[in-house]
Every structure is written in C-alpha cells, then in structure tokens.
Design a protein around this ligand. Structure first.
Ligand code: HEM
Ligand code: HEM
Length: 254
C-alpha cells in the first residue's frame, strides 16, 4: 500500500517536470507553420508547460483539496479513515501544486509579475506551510492528558485547529481567484468559465445542505456520505471540462 502511494506521488511530481510533446496546441502548430521553426519548438515547450501547469493546479484546487476538506469537516464519523483520506488527498494536492509550479518554471514562463503570478507564489508558500502544519499537529497540540482517551489530542489542539482551519480557508479562496485569473490569461472561453461557476455553485449548495443536516439531531450519516459523493462527482466533472479546455486552448499569449 505504502509503495503504491509512493509511486503515485512520484508520478505526480514527475508530470510537472515533463510536459509531453504530444500536447501541442493549435497555437504551437500555427507558430511552426508560420515558419517560426527555430522558436517553434521552444514555443511549443512553453505552451505545453502552461497546459501542464494549468491541469496540475485545477486537479489540486478544484478536485483534491476541496474534497479533502469536505471529508475532514463532515465525515469524521468514519473514524481513522477520514484522517487518512484527508491526509493523502492533501499530500497529492500539495505535490500537484509543486509540480504545476515546476512546470511553469521549466517552460520559462515565470516572470514573477502580475496578480496571477504573485497570488500563485503566495499560495504555493501557504500550501507548503499548511501541509507542514498538518504533520506538526501533535507537536503543536502537546501531550494528551489522558492517553487512553482517543478524543484527547492534547491541551493546545485548539491552536492547531484554528491555524489549520484559517490557513485552509485562505488557501481555498486564493486558489479559486488564482485559477480564475489563470483561465483568463489563457482566454479559456465560455465553456471553461461556465464549468468553474457551475462547480462553485454546486459545491456551495452541497456544503450549505450538509451544514444544515450536520446540525440536526439524529441525522443520518449516509446522507452526508451521499453529499460527499455529489461534491466529489461535481468536482471531477468540472475538473475534466476545465482540463480539456486548457488542453485545447489556442490563445496563450507567450
Ligand atoms: C491555484 C492555481 C494556480 C497557481 C497557484 C498558479 C501559479 C502560477 C505561478 C506561480 C506562475 C509563475 C509566476 C509568474 O510568472 O509570475 C504562474 C504563471 C502562469 N499561470 Fe498559473 N497558477 C494557477 C492556475 C493556473 C491556471 C488554471 C492556468 C490556466 C491554464 C494558469 C496559467 C498560467 C500562465 C499562462 C502563466 C504564465 C504567464 C504569467 O506568469 O502571467 N495558471 N502561475
Ligand atoms: C494543503 C494541504 C491542506 C489543506 C488545504 C488542509 C485543510 C484543512 C481544513 C480546511 C481543515 C478543517 C476542516 C473543517 O472545516 O473542520 C482541515 C482539518 C484537518 N487537517 Fe488538513 N489540510 C491540509 C493538509 C493536512 C495534512 C498533510 C494533515 C496531516 C498530516 C492534515 C490534518 C488535518 C487534521 C488532523 C484536521 C482536523 C482538525 C480537527 O478538526 O480536529 N491536514 N484541514
């Protein structure tokens, strides 16, 4: 199990380093046809880098991270399983963010200017801190007073909860804005933006309904499981639409 996860994580990190040449876009093709032969390969590389970058980020911040947060908030009744799901999904989201960053650097497109780039770098730093916070939770929380009580996580657990929740909320909001700006940079077009809005609308609705259900006495856990299924399915569907649109984008102004 551990080696499967390690292989998966390595593959994810590698996809940031290697943007496959078969992902040539109409723009890169047009550049080559127009006789920009010498720079065509370079240009194609940068276009592929932007595509790899965009897809990594969308997977991380539309699919993996929000679903992992949903699980942490609503599915604690699953016992240890919620924690493992949250932890591994967030590790994948963090690696995808790093991979996306490496991809844009390798394409030579990073200029560290503009709102998208600045927010993106801030998000990368916050994400790394957030993941480290997750691993440092026991250190922050301190020794449990009663080691036999599974609910006793240490006297300073509230500090971890506040910090991790605040940074988690911040990263999620910044990620949505950064993705919006990124999609705007590549002029993704109406279907791509529509998928983003549909995702936001469906997820906000599912979260609101789940919050209400969660506060009701004697609520059914199966309803929350079903809500999680709808949340993840909507995220997957919108991720696929946006990723396909990024993959076929033809207006990257490099
Ligand atoms: C949360 C998600 C994202 C993060 C954290 C992020 C982060 C970054 C960073 C750090 C850079 C390089 C720094 C710089 O050049 O100033 C960059 C550049 C770029 N990103 Fe993203 N990005 C995200 C999503 C996207 C998406 C979805 C697209 C759409 C394909 C995209 C398109 C671009 C483009 C075209 C550039 C190069 C032009 C430029 O730097 O302004 N990004 N991004
Ligand atoms: C980018 C990475 C991460 C993000 C964005 C993130 C985000 C969040 C958020 C927003 C919550 C609060 C959920 C709620 O509303 O109740 C949460 C809970 C939690 N996360 Fe993470 N997380 C990340 C990584 C990790 C990692 C790597 C670990 C463990 C190694 C971890 C451990 C936890 C724990 C233990 C809780 C539950 C806190 C509690 O309510 O007792 N997180 N996470």
């Amino acid at each position: 199990m551990k080696s499967t996860i390690a292989t998966l994580l390595l593959l994810l990190a590698a996809c940031g380093l290697a943007a496959p040449p078969t992902w040539a876009t109409p723009l890169a093709g047009a550049a080559a046809e127009n006789g920009e032969g010498g720079e065509g390969g370079e240009e194609e590389g940068s276009v592929n880098a932007v595509i790899a970058h965009g897809i990594c980020m969308v997977l991380a911040w539309i699919l993996f991270s929000p679903s992992a947060i949903f699980i942490a908030h609503f599915l604690k009744f699953l016992g240890q399983k919620w924690f493992l799901l949250h932890k591994y999904m967030q590790i994948i989201a963090t690696l995808l963010t790093v991979a996306g960053f490496i991809a844009i650097l390798s394409g030579g497109e990073a200029e560290a200017e503009g709102a998208h780039g600045s927010l993106g770098i801030f998000l990368l730093v916050c994400t790394l801190i957030q993941a480290l916070l997750g691993f440092a939770r026991n250190l922050i929380s301190g020794e449990p007073t009663d080691p036999n009580d599974p609910k006793d996580h240490g006297p300073r657990r509230w500090m971890f909860n506040y910090m991790h929740w605040l940074l988690g909320a911040l990263t999620t909001v910044i990620a949505i804005v950064t993705i919006y700006l990124g999609l705007d940079l590549v002029e993704i077009g109406t279907p791509g933006f529509t998928a983003l809005y549909v995702w936001l609308g469906v997820e906000a609705f599912v979260v609101l309904v789940s919050l209400v259900i969660n506060h009701r006495e004697g609520h059914s856990n199966n309803v929350l499981l079903a809500a999680c299924g709808v949340f993840a399915a909507a995220a997957l569907a919108c991720t696929i639409v946006i990723a396909v649109k990024i993959g076929t984008v033809s207006n990257i102004d490099l």
